[in-house]
Ligand binder design. Structure first.
Ligand SMILES: Cc1ncc(COP(=O)(O)O)c(C=O)c1O
Length: 391
C-alpha cells in the first residue's frame, strides 16, 4: 500500500491540514473508528463477567483486544493490562511496586524520558524513602549511553531501571538490549516507556526481555488509552490497589473499575492495522522522509536541529529552533498555514534542560507518521523558509 492509499484510511485528514503532531497523538485509522462505533451500535454493550449474551460478547471484545495487542508486541495475552492512559497506569503501577521497597532502595530514571516515566517514580520513591538517580544524556544531541548504568546500579540497591524506548523529542532510541542485560545482571528490573517507540520501531517484549513495557494506542492510530505489558509473575507478585471483590489473577485485578470496552474494540483494529504492513518496511519509508525533513531543516538559515543524525534505529521525530522566533511563535505561524506541530518541552523536562533549551521556551517538534508524505515535508520546509526570510 502506498502512502497515498494509506491516507484514504484516515478520515481526519479531510480538513486539509498538514499534520506533524503525530508524536502527541495520531489520527485514528478508519477501521478503529468503525470498530468503536460498531460496538456501541450493536446489542453487545454490557458490563463484563455475566451469563447473558451481551456480557459474554463484551468479554470477548476484551479478550480479543488482549490477544491482538499481545501478538503485536510479542507478549502473552495475560500480560496485557489496559487503562485510560500510560501515565495513569504508571502511577498505579509504581505506587503498588513501592510497597515492596525499603528506605535506601534506588530507582534509576533517565534524562531522555517523558515525565510519565519520571514523576510516578519520583513520587513513589519519596513516599517510602527510596532515592532516584538519573542516567544522563549527551548534552549536544541528547543521545543516551546505557553503559553508565553499571556504575549507577553497582551497590545492588537498584530495584528498577525506568528507561525510554525512544525519545518523544529527538527520536533517539537507546540500546534496550544492553540496558536490559545490565539491569538484570545488577539484580534490577527494567520498565521501558515504549510510547514513542512502538509506532515506529519493532518492539517485541519477549525478545527484548524487558519486565514491563508501556504504550499508548492513540499514538498508533487507535483510541485514547494506555497499555502496560507486564511479565506475568510480576502481575501476581505485586499487589495493586484494588477493590476487594476484584480478586482475580492476571491483568483484570490491575484494571480497576469497568474498562472502556468500546475503546478496546478500537485498539484491536489499530493493532491489526499496525501488523498489516511489516514495521521494517514502513520504518524505511519514515526514515527516508525524516532524512528529507532533517536535511531540509539544516539548509534553512537560522534553523538549528537538536537531534542526532538520521539512522534507521531512530524514531522519525525531530526538534528544532528558529533564530529570532520563539518556539511558540513558530508554532503559531505554522498553524496559520494549516501545519500542525507542537512546541515547548512536550513533558520531556530533563531532556529540554540538558539540551539547554529551557530558557528559549523549548523547541518546535515535528513527527513523521504513516500518513505523512514528501509533499507534507516540503510544505513544512517551505513555510519555515518563508518565515526565516521574512516573506
Ligand atoms: C514518550 C511518552 N511517554 C508517555 C506518554 C504519556 O502517555 P499518555 O498520554 O498515554 O499518558 C507520552 C505522551 O505524549 C509520551 O510521548
Amino acid at each position: 500500500m502506498t502512502s497515498l492509499d494509506v491516507r484514504s484510511r484516515f478520515p481526519g485528514l479531510s480538513d486539509g491540514w498538514v499534520r506533524f503532531d503525530g508524536p502527541a497523538g495520531t489520527l485514528p485509522v478508519d477501521t478503529s473508528v468503525d470498530a468503536i462505533a460498531d460496538y456501541m451500535r450493536s446489542p453487545k454493550p454490557a458490563n463484563l463477567g455475566g451469563e447473558f449474551a451481551a456480557t459474554k460478547a463484551s468479554d470477548e471484545v476484551v479478550a480479543t483486544a488482549r490477544a491482538t495487542v499481545a501478538r503485536f508486541l510479542g507478549a502473552e495475552a495475560n500480560q496485557v493490562v489496559f487503562g485510560p492512559s500510560t501515565t495513569n497506569l504508571m502511577f498505579a503501577f509504581t505506587r503498588a511496586l513501592s510497597r515492596h521497597w525499603e528506605p535506601g532502595d534506588r530507582i534509576v530514571c533517565t534524562q531522555l524520558d517523558h515525565d510519565s516515566n519520571v514523576s510516578p517514580w519520583l513520587l513513589a520513591a519519596r513516599d517510602v524513602g527510596a532515592t532516584v538517580e538519573f542516567l544522563e544524556v549527551d548534552p549536544i544531541d541528547g543521545t543516551l549511553d546505557v553503559e553508565p548504568l553499571k556504575d549507577l546500579c553497582a551497590d545492588g540497591r537498584t530495584r528498577w531501571v525506568a528507561i525510554s524506548g525512544a525519545s518523544n523529542l529527538t527520536g533517539h532510541a537507546p540500546d534496550l538490549a544492553r540496558a536490559t542485560a545490565i539491569a538484570h545482571e545488577m539484580g534490577a528490573r527494567i520498565l521501558v516507556d515504549g510510547v514513542a517507540r512502538v509506532p515506529h520501531l519493532p518492539t517485541n517484549v519477549a525478545e527484548l526481555g524487558v519486565d514491563v513495557l508501556s504504550t499508548s494506542p492513540y499514538k498508533w492510530y487507535g483510541p485514547h488509552a494506555g497499555v502496560l505489558v507486564v511479565r506475568d509473575n510480576l502481575l501476581r507478585e505485586v499487589e495493586p490497589y484494588r477493590v476487594r471483590p476484584a480478586d482475580y489473577d492476571g491483568p483484570p485485578r490491575w484494571e480497576t473499575g469497568t474498562p472502556q470496552i468500546e475503546l478496546l474494540a478500537g485498539i484491536t483494529a489499530a493493532a491489526e492495522f499496525m501488523m498489516e504492513t511489516p514495521l521494517d518496511m514502513e520504518a524505511e519509508r519514515e526514515t527516508r522522509l525524516l532524512a528529507r525533513l532533517q536535511e531540509g531543516l539544516h539548509e534553512i538559515s537560522g534553523v538549528t536541529v537538536h537531534a542526532p543524525s538520521v539512522t534507521p534505529d531512530r524514531a522519525p521525530t525531530v526538534i528544532f529552533t528558529v533564530a529570532g522566533h520563539s518556539p511558540e511563535e513558530v508554532d503559531r505561524y505554522l498553524a496559520s498555514r494549516k501545519i500542525a506541530v507542537w512546541h515547548g518541552d512536550n513533558y520531556a523536562c530533563e531532556l529540554i534542560d540538558a539540551l539547554g533549551l529551557r530558557s528559549t521556551g523549548g523547541a518546535v517538534r515535528a513527527g513523521i507518521v504513516r500518513y505523512t508524505t514528501a509533499d507534507d515535508v516540503d510544505a513544512l520546509l517551505a513555510a519555515l523558509g518563508e518565515l526565516t526570510s521574512g516573506k
